[in-house]
Design a protein around this ligand. Structure first.
Ligand SMILES: [Zn+2]
Length: 1033
């Protein structure tokens, strides 16, 4: 062979190699054109269509009709089952033979009644390996998945089934990925044939593509990139695609290059197979079940072929689905988990949203998840895994700690629109000071393909160079499932140790984090929430889902509390543990990061609403049963008892049912976590140490409500012109301004419609102006005073609101009903406060945090729309204004204006999102102290400090004789506190435990006169196991 010329033109050399591997150009003579050899059609192809997602056994009984390549099938969400009868030509003995299958939609191959592989064009899975070498029994143990055993050595016939779902990996959006699904979409089968596969050609293609990637990625300043390019060029010189005997020389050239190792200081990339499957998003929950099967069976097949391949899988719910729908596949998953190749991670029931779920709901994600992983896979997860959530609560580090986890993997902050997050590997310190080790894969993705470009990006993009020399690299198609391919694995294996590139090792998350931990001295610490500077519309979109979430969290809290008290009081009462687990799992499912956030299609939103309906109806039944058992034999004078499930004594005006469906108002007092009879009607009149509510309407139409605690003035259109804390005479509304001002914004994001509200929406603010004279007095005073008004928001949308003030109540409530028919508008309500502070306070899980009220830095103004739970507060020394809500999450405070986000109107992926009727309540409370403190009178349980809240009372998951309760308390003011917990239940033993209810060996508490001494640090969450005495007989 002639010596290569010394001079090579960079571009022509590069493009020469590109053409040699191109699937588009010169395939008649290039290497790519030789990937497949001889081919032949399948013997018989038949199919049937069904709108249902049938089990295999049922599907194969159906009537299959003749089908052919080119056939269309559909519409969207239907399923087409194909029967593929095939006979491999005997002439192909000794060859690797594939079933080549290309169709729209997501396919799953079934053989002998078991799923064996996914087939999805978008996921680069278009062939199923029928045999590695026709005619030879495969000696390897993985016969079932990758190599056929035929009936006889000469008969190469076989019947397979291919179940094709009529949806793509990412649903069926009309015209764009996140557009609402096109219900009429049709799908096509474009290829179904047998073909000989040339594995040697494939391996050469992998090598050449990697060399091209190195040449391009390292660029012309780098010596190694020229070595890569010239190696590739020389391979093209020596390789004749038509003569396979020339391939080994080319292979040897590649092996020489890739075998030149790097030095000791090389960065190490830990490549873990992954397949992010959104539990519901652009497709319904039920399709996710099949996505799991398609994706995971493909991963198993890769594990068999590549014993070093490790695959990380999160979300217990998805495993639970596969367990019940695909038991054969599930037991194989368990086998591979024992081998350490299938690695459950995350520890949660689903990958939940990191902002909106309550603290208790977050605990339950782990409680349900970790117990599932322990039971099914023999151990709990040691890494929390949440790559795709729209922000992370400052309480997550403490919750992780309490659930046996010290490591966290995510990457979503790489989506920040304004500020680039400064770390990829760091310690994260939560609200209470708990620290966890966090890693964001520096490639900023959980769906890598194994390309050189990504490998180089992982090193170059790492923000902790010099501090951390290990990175995660998650490869595999994700979001809609799919997962890794053999080609990705071939690439990564080739890059194990090559000079000029980082070292690549197929690794588990555990190995990655161990490496990071062992060299973590120089890592930096980030304190507080990990706020995502994008997707801030998800705090508001799909208001009904948000309302369902808040309401169902409350219902389950109440059922658990009353059932626990009933259990302690009654020997006959059975704690509804199984029903509660079922209902909790439904709630946790809806907290998935594309459901509670409202970023899902209409079909999913409807399913989510059904889940809430189940929780409401079953929850209320359980509530009645528990209340009945608790209060047995103690009816009030009218047969009514009032139960208080909050941990403080409440005196409030209630609407009590009267015969005939009417209601009457009564002032009732109920002790904390207890009950009281309805006071007899006669006692209603001299109710008052308190002043009754006075309601006065002026001639100009304005109305004043006054209960002696606060005085509220509404202008004739319903806006708040004054709110005075009567005792001090202090005005809460900013001078010259009005509160309860509805404002409408144009809300057109850049792309992610349901997700994003952009900073520029603030420039489009338009106050909704009411018509004078619409304000009318509702309830005329006494126990309750109210005024109501109507407001036309736009030609299509209107609002009615009743402003209510009760006797003895420190806040004014705004009961609101909206008929909302808008497109790309955002409705908020504003309260300009006569308060000056650079920080506002927002309730989060088990506590609260401050965020700035100014836009000093880019980090400040990027938080123009934030989230909060039940309240937000703006306080200066000695006075403040709190804004409370019953089902909202979006909020902001800019300057002195408190703003609550009410309704959005995005059109994708659900064109109907938020259209229709809404009901919600918010309340406004001026106060003297820096933050509102609950009263401290208790019954079943009481705590001596107002800083400590008793959040949860439930039966322990593992409860001998069903006589153990778990109590969860947290410090809510941000202070160090010693306090006494008074118990009036018959407790014989009390032990501190973690959030998974595992007792702390040193956590035995001494009961002193039915009291326990507890010590809290700021925002600390404590859980107690209480063993009750045997029941009374
Ligand atoms: Zn996701």
């Amino acid at each position: 062979m002639a010596a290569a010329p010394a001079l090579k033109h960079w571009r022509t050399t590069l493009e020469r190699v590109e053409k040699f591997v191109s699937p588009l150009y010169f395939t008649d003579c290039n290497l790519r054109g030789r990937l497949f050899g001889a081919s032949c059609p399948v013997a018989v192809l038949s199919s049937f269509l069904t709108p249902e997602r049938l089990p295999y056994q049922e599907a194969v009984q159906r009537d299959f009709r003749p089908a052919q390549v080119g056939d269309s099938f559909g519409p969207t969400w239907w399923t087409c089952w194909f029967r593929v009868e095939l006979t491999i030509p005997e002439a192909w003995v000794g060859q690797e033979v594939h079933l080549c299958w290309e169709s729209d939609g997501e396919g799953l191959v079934w053989r002998d009644g078991e799923p064996v592989q996914g087939l999805t064009k978008e996921g680069e899975k278009t062939s199923y390996v029928l045999t590695d070498r026709l005619g030879e029994r495969d000696p390897r143990r993985f016969k079932r998945f990758s190599c056929l055993s035929f009936p006889s050595s000469r008969d190469y016939s076989l019947t397979l089934y291919v179940e094709v779902a009529c949806n793509g990996l990412l649903g069926a959006g009309k015209g764009s990925m996140i557009a609402a699904p096109d219900p009429e979409k049709m799908f096509q089968l474009s290829r179904a044939e047998l073909a000989v596969f040339h594995r040697d050609v494939h391996m050469l293609l992998v090598d050449l593509e990697l060399l091209l990637g190195i040449a391009k990625g390292l660029g012309k300043d780098n010596q190694r990139s020229f070595q890569a390019l010239y190696t590739a060029n020389q391979m093209v010189n020596v390789c004749d695609p038509a003569q396979p005997e020339t391939f080994p020389v080319a292979q040897a050239l590649a092996s020489r290059f890739f075998g030149q190792h790097g030095g000791e200081s090389q960065h190490t990339i830990h490549a873990t197979g992954h397949c992010h499957i959104d539990t519901a998003w652009l497709w319904p929950f039920k399709e996710t079940v099949r996505k799991c099967a398609r994706s995971w069976v493909t991963a198993l097949q890769l594990m068999e072929r590549n014993p070093e391949f490790i695959f990380a899988c999160s979300q217990a719910q998805q495993l639970e689905w596969v367990k019940s729908r695909y038991p054969g596949l599930y037991s194989r998953l368990q086998e591979f988990a024992c081998r350490g190749q299938f690695v459950p991670v995350g520890g949660t029931w689903v990958e939940m949203d990191g902002n909106l779920p309550s603290g208790e709901a977050m605990v339950r994600q782990f409680l349900q998840g970790q117990n599932f992983f322990l039971q099914e896979f023999g151990k709990m997860c040691s890494e929390f895994w949440l790559p795709d959530t729209f922000g992370y609560s400052a309480q997550l580090p403490q919750i992780m700690h309490g659930c046996g986890i010290r490591r966290f993997l995510s990457q979503k902050l790489s989506w920040n629109l304004v500020n680039s997050f400064p770390h990829h590997t760091f310690f994260w310190e939560g609200l209470d000071g708990s620290r966890v080790l966090v890693h964001f894969p520096p490639g900023d993705s959980y769906g890598m393909q194994g390309s050189v470009e990504e490998v180089l990006k992982t090193v170059a993009n790492n923000r902790d160079k010099g501090r951390a020399n290990h990175s995660a690299f998650l490869f595999g198609f994700g979001d809609g499932g799919g997962g890794p391919t053999q080609t990705m694995l071939d690439r990564l294996k080739r890059l194990s140790n090559t000079d000029g590139l980082p070292r690549v090792q197929l690794s588990s998350p555990r190995q990655l984090f161990s490496a990071l931990e062992s060299d973590s001295e120089q890592l930096c610490t980030w304190v507080g929430e990990l706020f995502l500077e994008l997707h801030n519309g998800t705090y508001t979109t799909h208001a009904q889902i948000k309302k369902g979430n808040r309401e169902c969290e409350r219902i389950l809290h109440d059922v658990e509390l009353l059932s626990s008290l009933a259990l302690a009081r009654s020997a006959q009462f059975l704690y509804p543990a199984a029903q509660l687990q079922h209902l909790w799992r439904l709630l946790l499912l809806n907290q998935f990061h594309d459901v509670v956030t409202g970023s899902c299609i209409q079909m999913v939103a409807e399913e989510a609403m059904c889940h809430y309906e189940d929780i409401r109806s079953h929850g209320n039944t359980l509530l009645s049963a528990a209340a009945a058992a608790l209060c047995a034999g103690e009816p009030g004078p009218e047969g009514l008892l009032i139960v208080n499930t909050l941990p403080w004594k409440r005196t409030e005006v209630m609407a009590l049912p009267k015969p005939g469906g009417a209601h009457s108002l009564a002032l009732v007092t109920v002790p904390s976590m207890g009950y009281a009879p309805v006071p007899p009607p006669t006692s209603l009149q001299p109710l008052l140490p308190q002043q009754p509510v006075f309601v006065v309407q002026e001639t100009d139409g304005s109305v004043t409500l006054d209960n002696g605690i606060i005085r509220v003035k509404l202008d004739p259109t319903g806006r708040l012109t004054s709110l005075v804390l009567v005792a001090s005479g202090r005005e809460a509304i900013a001078e010259g301004a009005v509160g309860n001002q509805f404002v409408l914004f144009d809300d057109v994001p850049l792309y992610w419609d349901a997700w994003d509200v952009m900073d520029y929406h603030l420039e489009t603010r338009k106050p909704v102006l009411g018509q004078a004279g619409t304000l009318a007095v509702g309830t005329e005073g006494g126990l309750r005073g109210s005024a109501w008004f109507l407001l036309q928001i736009s030609p299509n949308s209107r609002l009615s609101q009743e402003v209510v003030l009760d006797v003895g109540c420190p806040y004014v409530r705004f009961h609101t009903e909206v008929h909302w028919h808008e497109a790309h508008k955002f409705l908020k309500v504003e309260f300009p406060a006569r308060v000056r502070s650079s920080q506002a306070t927002y309730e989060i899980q088990f506590g609260h945090l401050q965020r700035p009220t100014h836009y000093n830095t880019s980090w400040d103004w990027a938080r123009f729309e934030v989230w909060a739970h039940r309240w937000m507060d703006l306080s200066e020394h000695g006075f403040g204004l709190a804004l409370l809500n019953d089902c909202k999450y979006g909020a902001s405070v800019r300057g002195s204006i408190l703003s609550l986000s009410l309704l959005r109107a995005p059109k994708a992926p659900d064109a109907t999102a938020d259209t229709g009727r809404h009901e919600f309540t918010y309340a406004l409370m001026p106060h003297k102290a820096p933050s509102p403190a609950p009263a401290t009178s208790w019954s079943a349980f009481s705590v001596s400090s107002p800083a400590v809240l008793l959040e949860t009372v439930k039966q322990a998951e593992s409860s001998p004789q069903r006589r153990s309760l778990v109590l969860r308390l947290y410090e809510a003011h941000g202070s160090h506190v010693d306090c006494w917990l008074h118990l009036s239940l018959p407790v014989q033993e009390a032990i501190l435990c973690d959030l998974l209810e595992r007792p702390d060996p040193a956590g035995h508490l001494t009961l002193q006169d039915s009291r326990l001494k507890l010590t809290f640090s700021p925002f600390q969450v404590l859980s107690l196991l209480l063993v009750l005495q045997p029941p009374p007989h």
